[in-house]
Design a protein around this ligand. Structure first.
Ligand SMILES: NC(=O)c1ccc[n+]([C@@H]2O[C@H](COP(=O)([O-])OP(=O)(O)OC[C@H]3O[C@@H](n4cnc5c(N)ncnc54)[C@H](OP(=O)(O)O)[C@@H]3O)[C@@H](O)[C@H]2O)c1
Length: 331
């Protein structure tokens, strides 16, 4: 294990991972063309070499390609890492709608085990709450998979507090994964107190604001036609322009601390709770190195207060999801 990354405990279930994980989605899906297999494997191996022991994927990333990539890349050190994947869409395709039926959960688990070249999934998330399948049935199915040794821990993603509580009664939830960053702080209101009460860990996705908080995106940025950000209101040209103030403030603060905006964005997330483990995504080794150094940054109480004072006055423009996808979150 590299000295660079401390270990964190995700809630009270005993799951321990590197303080920063790696979000692997962008290697295959979401932000333009997929990375070549050779480069992607190099990046995943480098992450492990630098101390990352927590890798995030999903059936839907590709679909299937991202799990298969991780299966191949992580095989040499499989037993030293925690692999998290997700079920919950029809045929693994996000545009076909949700499917958390017990049969689909079982099918996806079996297929994911094969693609990941493993005999157990360390952390299995429901990707989105499915309104037509009682959450008790979902939790009950994962409970059976845990009994069968195919899954170790149960997670939920973008679930609301009522679903979390109901699921937790049937099968303890180890982790909630939802969007959280300096420009999306909604989980602090209801979700964090619930997680703290129930001993559930938190994994913020898009902790770099899908790249925006790094300062590399502005009103002139042109995304690849297949890039998801083309349909996100927060990323339309007008809102990118209006939201530059967020980046300006981050830059100013980062300069004082002699670090980068991306590193401040991650250090801030890490400073919120000891049971939080962000999973920034990147396809580039130099950015991976940059991002992981955030675990070494100590933000003092005064630093955090300064960030609070500045950012609480900024109103971020634009919804984080288009309307049809917004309906799927917080359920
Ligand atoms: N549960 C869910 O529904 C859900 C939803 C979204 C994401 N996720 C998970 O969360 C992970 C992370 O979220 P995310 O990828 O959406 O967003 P993110 O980590 O906030 O940002 C990723 C973007 O930032 C860029 N980037 C990363 N580090 C950078 C740096 N140091 N400087 C400049 N640019 C940088 C990346 O581009 P380059 O590749 O060019 O570096 C990429 O476009 C995903 O990989 C996925 O595993 C889960």
């Amino acid at each position: 294990m590299s000295a660079q990354l401390p270990i964190r405990r995700l809630g009270t279930s005993g799951l321990e991972v590197s303080a920063i994980g790696l979000g692997c989605m962008g290697l295959s899906f979401g932000y333009g063309p997929e990375t070549s297999k050779e480069d992607a494997i190099k990046l995943l191996c480098k992450a492990f070499e630098l101390g990352v022991t927590f890798f995030d994927t999903a059936e839907a990333y590709g679909p299937f390609a991202n799990e298969a990539l991780l299966g191949e890349a992580l095989a040499p050190f499989r037993d030293q890492v925690v692999i998290a994947t997700k079920f919950g869409f029809k045929n693994g395709k996000t545009d076909l709608g949700l499917d958390s039926s017990p049969q689909n959960i079982r099918n996806v688990t079996e297929a994911a085990l094969k693609r990941l070249k493993t005999d157990r999934i360390d952390l299995l998330y429901q990707h989105r709450v499915d309104p037509v399948v009682p959450i008790e049935d979902v939790a009950g199915t994962v409970k059976e998979l845990i009994k069968e040794g195919k899954v170790k821990y149960f997670g939920m993603s973008e679930a609301g507090v009522e679903s979390i509580r109901r699921a937790h009664v049937v099968q303890p939830v180890t982790v909630l994964q939802s969007e959280y960053s300096l420009w999306w702080r909604e989980p602090e209101k209801e979700v964090f107190p619930t997680l703290e009460e129930l001993g559930i860990g938190f994994v913020p996705f898009s902790p770099l604001g899908r790249g925006f908080l790094t300062g590399t995106i502005n009103a002139n940025t042109k995304f690849d036609p297949t890039d998801f950000r083309n349909i996100v209101p927060r990323f339309n040209e007008e809102n990118r322009k209006a939201n530059q103030i967020v980046v300006e403030k981050l830059r100013e603060f980062a300069k004082k601390k002699q670090v980068t905006p991306a590193q401040i964005a991650l250090a801030w997330v890490l400073a919120q709770k000891p049971w939080i483990v962000p999973i920034p995504g990147t396809t580039k080794i130099h950015r991976l190195e940059e991002n992981l150094k955030a675990a070494q940054i100590i933000l003092t109480k005064a630093d955090l207060q300064e960030i609070e004072d500045v950012f609480s006055t900024i109103e971020v423009q634009g919804a984080r999801y288009p309307q049809h996808l917004q309906q799927r979150v917080g359920k």
